[in-house]
Design a binder for this molecule. Structure first.
Ligand SMILES: Nc1ncnc2c1ncn2[C@@H]1O[C@H](COP(=O)(O)OP(=O)(O)OP(=O)(O)O)[C@@H](O)[C@H]1O
Length: 344
């Protein structure tokens, strides 16, 4: 396995700066997730690492070696895509063995069998080896696709939304399996998703990408609790972070703050807060939606009794949990001395 470094890497398509000067180091054995909306440049970044795309500027290094000019085969990255891209006419065994049977590899058939068996066991598909991909469930097919990347023992795994075509339950199961697999093999993984739950459950570190630029890099907890910008704060968490007008705070906010944000789990219900009208309340999800001055606020809390829609309740926003942002969406140091997370 290998470390990966991107140094000032950029790639444009006509006027579109798909990747705009990325600096990033991913450690050997790290599970790194690139999180961002559609068109942020996630896939292009993976393709630049794999060598499927040439950068206009900057360098790619693996284990310190400059690989910018190397062809994909020499970089030895394995790609797993959202589409399973299996060969339908081959058995699961032959699909898994395929990458090992390339003439250049000259791996003897005994060893191919051993490796396929080993990977099939790791992925719990050893009983399906004689089947065709068309006879498998979506989750099993995706396991075969991952297995096909695993048998090669590449230097780096590049995964582009590999779970997004699975249903919610399977996706959850596969997330756990992927994490276990990465832990067991010590693989370096760069994983792309626009799903913040996937990002926070899988990642050692997350890089938030918007319009080809990295907004922040950090552990899931760091990025969640200490976002550098409002855009980053809004990218993680469900329901999304509340953005409240400064007028609600009687001037007790930093001078440059135009918005005050607070996570739903930090909103306090009851006490001496301001009065809100209840819009919705779910005891199952522990969520309450309330409204004041045309602004909706989401709160997440354990409730013993439901709050009736249309009734009133008091909501408070403890200063220790509030985050402050200026007009450009940059985080401001707050009243209790916390500094914002750093942007790269
Ligand atoms: N081969 C290409 N030719 C022209 N434009 C491209 C090409 N590849 C990517 N782009 C553009 O570059 C930008 C980044 O695309 P990219 O596919 O990397 O984004 P993404 O974050 O992976 O998006 P998604 O989540 O939708 O896959 C987009 O505006 C896209 O239209």
């Amino acid at each position: 396995m290998a470390s990966v470094e991107l140094e000032g890497i950029g790639r444009s398509f006509g006027a579109v700066r798909a990747v705009d000067g990325l600096d990033l180091r991913i450690d050997d054995g790290e599970f790194f997730v690139l999180l961002g909306p559609s068109g942020a440049g996630k896939t292009t970044t993976l393709r630049l690492v794999a060598g499927l795309e040439r950068p206009d500027r900057g360098r790619v290094r693996m284990d310190g070696e400059d690989v910018t000019a190397l062809l994909p085969a020499a970089r030895d990255c394995a790609f797993v895509f959202q589409q399973y891209s299996l060969y339908p006419h081959l058995s699961v065994f032959d699909n898994l063995a395929f990458p090992l049977r390339a003439p250049l590899r000259r791996i003897d058939p005994q060893q191919v069998r051993r490796r396929v068996q080993e990977v099939a066991e790791m992925l719990h598909i050893e009983s399906k080896l004689e089947r065709r991909p068309t006879e498998l469930s979506g989750g099993e097919m995706q396991r075969v696709a991952i297995g096909r990347a695993l048998v090669r023992r590449p230097r780096v795994f590049l995964m582009d939304e590999p779970l997004s075509s699975l249903d919610a339950k399977l996706r959850e199961e596969m997330r756990v399996e992927l994490r276990r697999l990465q832990h067991d093999t010590g693989a370096t993984v760069i994983y792309v998703t626009h799903d913040h739950v996937e990002a926070t459950t899988l990642a050692d570190r997350i890089g938030i990408l918007e319009a080809g630029r990295l907004q922040q890099v950090g552990s899931p907890l760091e990025v969640y609790t200490n976002p550098a910008t409002l855009a980053v704060a809004q990218r993680l968490g469900s329901p999304s972070i509340n953005v409240l007008p400064r007028a609600w705070f009687n001037g007790q906010v930093p001078a440059a703050a135009t918005s005050v944000a607070i996570r739903p789990e930090d909103v306090a219900i009851g006490g001496d807060g301001a009065e809100f009208r209840i819009v919705e309340c779910s005891l199952v999800k522990h969520e309450v939606v309330a409204e004041r001055d045309g602004v909706q606020v989401h709160a997440r809390t354990l409730l013993e009794r439901p709050l009736q829609p249309g009734s009133s309740a008091r909501f408070a926003f403890p200063a220790a949990s509030c985050l402050y942002f200026d007009t450009a969406g940059r985080r401001l140091p707050d009243t209790i001395g916390r500094a914002p997370g750093e942007t790269p």
